[in-house]
Design a protein around this ligand. Sequence first.
Ligand code: HEC
Length: 121
Amino acid sequence: MAHPMIVGLLMLGLSAAPALAAEKTDPQSGFIIAPGWETARNNCIACHSAKLVTQNSGTREHWLSLIRWMQDTQGLWEFDDKTEDTILSYLSSNYGPKQESRRPPLKAEQLPENPYRPSKT
Ligand code: HEC
């Protein structure tokens, strides 16, 4: 028989799965399909794998500083304001700062009985 806490953790894991599966990605580049993704694809995979982009994450400022770095040192072309804004919005909303990916801790009443806890009497 599986330990009840393990069963509980498995159920928590399963209930989170559909939300992840709903995210569509472009099979070729692996980019998340969301507003602006084609602009990002058109400008961000000429020199390196799309994976380099999709494995990175951060705030809008983080992405902007990466773009400036590539423009200053790696030969990345300049974007017009609208294109840059589209790319930055796409990246920061789909590859934004990493969220806490672990589930929140169980509440006290959800925890199994702790046999080592001193009795309340
Ligand atoms: C003109 C070529 C070029 C283009 C176009 C380009 N990059 Fe880069 N990028 C580079 C080079 C060169 C590196 C360093 C590659 C390496 O370390 O292997 C790099 C590295 C990166 C990295 C990894 C940075 C790190 O900290 O390791 C990310 C993320 C990235 N690029 C994102 C982008 C995004 C987003 C775009 C589109 C806006 C883009 N790149 C377009 C040349 C380019």
